[in-house]
Design a protein around this ligand. Structure first.
Ligand SMILES: [Zn+2]
Ligand SMILES: [Zn+2]
Length: 179
């Protein structure tokens, strides 16, 4: 198995290689990154946000067309929302192996602080690994430092470490050996 990462042209340039390496290392699985080939859909003018479910539909269609079985993560710069949530950092659709994360709320600048590429790389990595973790069968975890903990705020995201806890890591190893 192999993780495909699509980096949209509006996403922060120059960070895709370190993010891809780190996601690969957290999940213990090869990953490659390329430019985005998925049609960007779901933009809602009134909200200036993308409906994450509609974008997942587009990823799903792309995967189907190209017969891609492996997990595919799309990294976009536009802010995402879904039904009932004013925003989401990312969203995964496990049944079809499709996930999306947004970098919009992951930069220091968004919160009026000085920009820092290392912070941004860390956050995209954590969010990306989290969503791909769902695609690999993992659920949310109660351990606040685990990649599979669901953060509601940037502080909670920053508190997480770039590792799976023992429980999640064992679970993932179990899925992989039963393939
Ligand atoms: Zn999650
Ligand atoms: Zn965990």
């Amino acid at each position: 198995m192999h993780i495909h990462i699509f980096w949209d042209s509006l996403s922060p340039p120059g960070l895709q290689i370190p993010v891809t390496r780190k996601i690969s290392s957290i999940l213990g699985m090869p990953a490659t990154v390329s430019e985005n080939h998925v049609r960007m859909m779901g933009y809602v003018d009134g909200r200036k946000q993308i409906d994450a479910q509609v974008l997942l539909d587009s990823i799903q269609a792309y995967k189907h067309r190209h017969a891609i079985q492996d997990p595919l993560l799309l990294v976009v710069n536009q802010d995402l929302f879904k039904n009932g949530n004013s925003f989401v950092f990312g969203l995964a659709r496990q049944s079809v192996g499709a996930a999306v994360v947004s970098t919009a709320r992951l930069s220091n600048e968004y919160y009026g602080r000085d920009g820092n590429d290392d912070d941004l790389i860390d956050r995209i990595t954590k969010e990306g690994a989290h969503e791909v973790g769902h695609l690999l069968g993992l659920d949310h975890c109660h351990d606040q430092e685990c990649i599979m903990f669901k953060p509601d705020t940037l502080d909670e995201l920053d508190r997480k470490k770039k590792v799976l806890c023992k429980l999640c890591s064992d679970q993932l190893a179990g899925y992989r050996s039963s393939d």
